[in-house]
Design a protein around this ligand. Structure first.
Ligand code: DC
Length: 227
């Protein structure tokens, strides 16, 4: 049986960078499920459909084939054969992804794909509902969070100096809006699973978080770093 690790938490908590580093250390695959919601948002937006137009989004689903492909453990996201890994990282797609993720039919549509990846691989899978809905039987569940201001600060540092970098205030406001949307939607809202370990990383540096996550996984599954 493959080992499944579920890492959930709010936007900007460092889930993807931490999960990627931990997966590389363990030789596991890292699956970023947010990318699937982003891919759906990208696909509908490119047909001129906004996420708020639920009926149109739902009708569009049958023409969308999202895929996660893994090369050397690294994930690439495809929609209908096109690699959209970079195009889905804009702040507009972030908001649109949060909105499409509140549509039950979209969640249902992506559910089977996420389950299949987990069935076939040793994985670190991150998202919002992995420990609660997608992989309720995961071997390890971690809820990674940090104060909104700290998450905005990290994102600001990551983007500063790049063209079109938003202001700190805009980043913080986007993070708060997404937190609200993700925690208050009626289906699979963001919340900590009862059996998840809570990791508040506000005061921790990256390496400390990675070491902590690795030791939680080792304690629960025996999996050790491969180098
Ligand atoms: O992790 P991210 O920022 O790339 O995710 C984009 C959006 O997708 C996020 O605002 C909420 C949604 N999402 C979700 O509802 N469930 C998941 N498992 C992953 C992401």
């Amino acid at each position: 049986m493959p080992i499944n690790v579920a890492i959930d938490g709010p936007a900007g908590a460092g889930k993807s960078t931490v999960s990627k580093a931990v997966a590389a250390k363990l030789g596991f695959i890292y699956a970023d499920t947010g990318a699937l919601y982003r891919a759906v948002a990208y696909a509908v937006n490119s047909k001129g459909i906004k996420a708020c137009d639920k009926e149109k989004v739902i009708n569009e689903l049958e023409s969308i084939t999202p895929e996660l492909r893994f090369t050397g453990g690294l994930q690439h996201v495809f929609v209908n054969g096109e690699d959209v890994s970079d195009k889905i990282r804009t702040s507009e797609i972030s908001m649109e992804a949060s909105a499409v993720s509140a549509i039950p039919e979209v969640r249902e549509f992506l559910f089977g794909l996420q389950k299949k990846i987990a069935r076939e691989n040793n994985i670190i899978m991150d998202g919002r509902d992995i420990g609660t809905v997608v992989l309720p039987g995961a071997d390890v569940k971690i809820f990674l969070t940090a104060a909104a201001e700290e998450r905005a600060e990290r994102r600001y540092k990551e983007l500063s100096g790049k063209p079109g970098c938003p202001s700190f205030e805009d980043i913080l406001s986007d993070i708060k809006t997404r937190d609200y949307n993700d925690m208050n939607r009626s289906i699979a809202p963001l919340r900590q699973a009862e059996d998840a370990v809570l990791a508040d990383t506000t005061e921790m540096d990256f390496q400390t978080v990675v070491s902590m996550v690795l030791s939680i996984i080792k304690e629960k599954t025996g999996a050790e770093s491969i180098g």
